[in-house]
Design a protein around this ligand. Structure first.
Ligand code: HEM
Length: 288
């Protein structure tokens, strides 16, 4: 059995599509936030819930939704994600049978698809766990670091170079906030639409250090309205990473395909599924 059960209620694929549709509806409804969408911060919530996975000890990952508890919710890397968790509370209230851990990853899938990204097949099976399962601080990446750090953090989760670059393409979405990470600004001109723009900008723009009192970050020399983190720039400084940046900059279909495959893997790290990959659901995108 793969569905959520509460009492005698057993969720079907249609029930999960209803949850998806409700999140999609709220994304349209609550457009008075940031660049007009909660989509990017929902993607970040799903990624930070999943990216704590440690393949060696099989701890962390999206199973558990332990970011609900202070120790993990208060980790510096998770600053601002309360906006995403609070956004989803009415959805949890309407569909109390779904676990927070399934809800957060499903919301990430919904946000990507509704922002015109690729279809992200998803399956349920995560169970919420108590505070004792919170992961230690320091498992998520530090944006001030270089390629060695990227390989150490994502290698710990079980990803290779190609997958690390594909995942980073999520930075075509959203922005940095000075009151969260300390960094400032969006990576791309269309931060609420998923594209391969991040890779094209990395290849085509001239990037220089931003002159300001904040943490060291790059800005584009033509408009000075876009940004890159030191870890973003590491993707073109490192030859092996750069090969993939070039591939994705050239071909957005290749990027979408490889991004979908790798984010399915990310959202499933450490989840004790009883179902098989064939049980994954491809949610229907809302018509506009
Ligand atoms: C935002 C760092 C990888 C998705 C951010 C922010 C930082 C950051 C500093 C700004 C947070 C804020 O101030 O609100 C990093 C580093 C990474 C990494 C150092 C790896 C080396 C990823 C991955 C994904 C992702 C793998 C998803 C697959 C996002 C999204 C936002 C974001 C969607 C925008 C959030 C918003 O608009 O509120 N990231 N990130 N990031 N990140 Fe990453």
């Amino acid at each position: 059995s793969s569905g959520e059960t509460q009492g005698i209620f057993k969720a079907t694929k249609d029930d999960y599509q209803k949850v998806y549709d409700e999140i999609a509806r709220l994304l349209v409804d609550k457009d008075d936030y940031d660049d007009g969408s909660y989509g990017p911060v929902l993607v970040r919530l799903a990624w930070h819930a999943s990216g704590t996975y440690d393949a060696a000890t099989k701890t962390g990952g999206s199973n558990g939704a332990t970011m609900r508890f202070a120790p993990e919710g208060d980790h510096g890397a998770n600053a601002g994600l309360k906006h995403a968790r609070d956004f989803l509370e009415p959805v949890k209230a309407k569909f109390p049978w779904i676990s927070y851990s399934d809800l957060w990853t499903l919301a990430g899938v919904c946000a990507i698809q509704e922002m015109q990204g690729p279809i992200i097949p998803w399956r349920p099976g995560r169970q919420d766990r108590d505070v004792a399962f919170c992961t230690p601080d320091g498992r998520l990446p530090d944006a001030s670091k270089d390629q060695n750090h990227i390989r150490a953090i994502f290698g710990r989760m079980g990803f290779d170079d190609r997958e690390m670059v594909a995942l980073s393409g999520a930075h075509s979405l959203g922005r940095c906030h000075t009151d969260r990470s300390g960094y400032d600004g969006p990576w791309a001109f269309s931060p609420t639409v998923m594209t391969n723009e991040y890779f094209r900008l990395l290849m085509d723009e001239k990037w220089g250090w931003k002159k300001w009192n904040g943490p060291a970050q790059y800005e584009d020399q033509s408009t000075k309205s876009l940004m890159m983190l030191p870890t973003d720039m590491a993707l073109i400084k490192d030859k092996e990473f750069k090969k993939h940046v070039e591939r994705y900059a050239k071909d957005s279909q290749v990027f979408f395909k490889e991004f979908s495959d790798v984010i399915v893997k990310l959202f499933e790290l450490g989840v004790p599924f009883e179902s098989t990959p064939e049980d994954r659901i491809s949610f229907k995108v809302s018509d506009d």
